[in-house]
Design a protein around this ligand. Sequence first.
Ligand code: NI
Length: 186
Amino acid sequence: MIYPIVAYGDPVLRKVAAELTHDNPPNLPQLIADMFDTMHHAEGIGLAAPQIGLSLRLFVVDGSGTDDEEIKDFKKVFINPVILEQTGEKWGFEEGCLSIPSIREEVMRQSQVRVRYYDENWQLHEETYDGMKARVIQHEYDHIQGILFIDHLNPLKKRLLQSKLAKISKGEVKHNYRMRFPLAKR
Ligand code: NI
């Protein structure tokens, strides 16, 4: 099933998401499969549960649809992830987000993360990632903390985006995948 992606302005994107347990959500394998379908349909490389309206600490990543060698075989499920450490120099890259279509801005992030998480089989992992993989993890992890990439921009840049963001909330934006807009007129 392909879920509509929640657009900027929906309060679910601003909540600190709740941890998953072994029985919540009830059908985790199906949810994970649906999240991958939803993300692939929208041609994204990462999708966090709040983006489909579920305030849960879960995100999926898959770089196989890109031509970026670094993330070509980066396909994973992160359940209850914890970023243990962020290290390395900050570097800039133009990011986008399926919840904020049409906006791309350079975001500075540290180059390396150490993350502890459960995979789809509830196996615990502790791993270090760098470069693009680290960036994707940091972006998706932000989502389950209620943070969006635009929050990392300087105040001037953010102010310049305000009218565009207000339009996105109302559904006045081009998008080629299913979305749900918090302020759309019916
Ligand atoms: Ni995003």
